[in-house]
Design a binder for this molecule. Structure first.
Ligand code: HGY
Ligand code: MN
Ligand code: MN
Length: 402
């Protein structure tokens, strides 16, 4: 008898959990992530689901073989100090949904695949959805080979060290996928405000990551007169304030969540501040406008500070609309048990967005999160809601394979 949802969830609970914060550090190709991958393989073995590794770090477990498969699943990695649910909820729910379908006696007419995608958060190599980008050909192997983590470890070395045999590039499993349905914890309070347990997604907002390099002149913190300084920290600080204000007034999102300061000493004016902007906009045009305005204000301030600013787009993902036919089909399938399921946009990126942009008919299902918090230890879903999500996912899959 394979483990049920609650048993699987409690097995995962200690893996990568920080005793200090209660949050998770499940960075790709680390020893803890290897444990997660082994756990996934063991669970699939217990269900007699053969697992395929694609050389990009992604794992796919197959219930049935052939083409036109219904792909479900999500990712096992987390942001730095993240929650337990973002990612693993979709993977664990998919395995539990297969158990439920088997107990219902469903004999699928199409294969069902459960995916566990690599480096969805971009928390180690900086590029979100790295596994699905490589598998879909959205990112080239050549550019991925250039990726390094914060300690300078190249992606391929990290993969090899984790026992993942790298063979980067478009995956042939993509040609065997008919559609993708990713279940995810909600990362806002839409469902809780509506008192609904499950929802579906309409679209993903365009979003991107931009590196802001501010350079100035290192000097003594005591002996350098204030008017003689070229302090890149001041240029950055003003740019961060401008980003917050611009996003607020235009109804978009802008966040500087990561900063690297050189030489990072208390008694020296920094020579360089590198900060990463995560920006998201309602449309492709509004995202471009937002980033351009932040850059303009940062450049203007740098001019006044006698510092220099260089902005590099590290990744930009355009607007994604989920497949309306697939979404409507899932919605009508869910209507019997779940009523009129809300369909809501999301400002978060997902592997579902990458595969949708690559032409795979894709839909997303959300499970209520009472805190509305995500990318933080506070992220949460009630066990009863998780189990309801499993049932809804099983209902949706059953509709697609019957
Ligand atoms: O950052 C994101 O939007 C996603 O959660 N990976
Ligand atoms: Mn996330
Ligand atoms: Mn996620």
């Amino acid at each position: 008898m394979p483990d049920d949802f609650e048993a699987m969830w409690s097995e995962l609970a200690p893996l990568g959990r920080s005793a200090a914060s209660g949050g998770y550090f499940r960075q790709p190709f680390t020893s803890v992530e290897s444990e997660l991958r082994s756990w996934f393989r063991e669970q699939c073995a217990a269900r007699e689901l053969p697992v395929e590794a694609d050389g990009n770090g992604n794992l796919l477990a197959w219930w049935g073989a052939g083409s036109d498969a219904v792909l479900v699943g999500s990712h096992l990695d987390s942001v730095l100090d993240g929650g337990a649910y973002d990612g693993p909820l979709g993977v664990v729910s998919s395995l539990a949904a297969i158990d439920l379908l088997r107990s219902r006696g469903v004999a699928p007419r199409r294969p069902v695949a459960v995916g566990a995608f690599a480096e969805e958060e971009g928390s180690r190599f900086g590029l979100a959805c790295l596994g699905s980008r490589l598998a879909s050909g959205t990112t080239t192997p050549e550019s991925a080979r250039e990726l390094r983590d914060r300690d300078g470890v190249p992606l391929l070395d990290a993969m090899a060290a984790a026992g993942v045999e790298p063979s980067l590039g478009r995956a042939d499993w993509l040609d065997r996928i008919g559609c993708f349905l990713e279940l995810h914890v909600e990362q806002g309070r839409d469902l809780v405000d509506r008192e609904r347990v499950v929802g579906l997604a309409t679209e993903i907002w365009p979003h991107g990551r931009y590196r802001f390099d501010f350079t100035g002149d290192a000097n003594h913190a005591g002996t350098t007169r204030m008017e003689d300084r070229h302090d890149p920290m001041l240029s950055f600080a003003m740019t961060a304030l401008a980003a917050g204000k611009q996003a607020r007034v235009s109804g978009q999102r802008a966040t500087f969540g990561r900063v690297d300061v050189a030489p990072n000493g208390t008694n020296a004016i920094p020579s360089r501040v590198t900060a990463w902007l995560d920006a998201r906009g309602e449309t492709d045009e509004s995202l471009v406008r937002l980033v351009a305005e932040i850059k303009r204000q940062g450049t203007e301030r740098s001019g006044r500070d006698g510092t220099r600013l260089e902005v590099t787009s590290e990744s930009v993902s355009g607007a994604v609309s989920f497949d309306p036919v697939l979404t409507a089909g899932v919605r009508s399938r869910l209507a019997d048990r779940w009523g009129d399921v809300p369909v809501i946009p999301t400002m978060a990126g997902h592997d579902a967005g990458i595969l949708a942009a690559a032409g795979v008919p894709t839909a997303m299902m959300f499970v209520r999160n009472p805190t509305g918090v995500s990318h933080s230890p506070e992220e949460f879903a009630e066990m009863a809601d998780c189990l309801a999500g499993v049932e809804a996912l099983a209902d949706a899959i059953e509709g697609l394979v019957s």
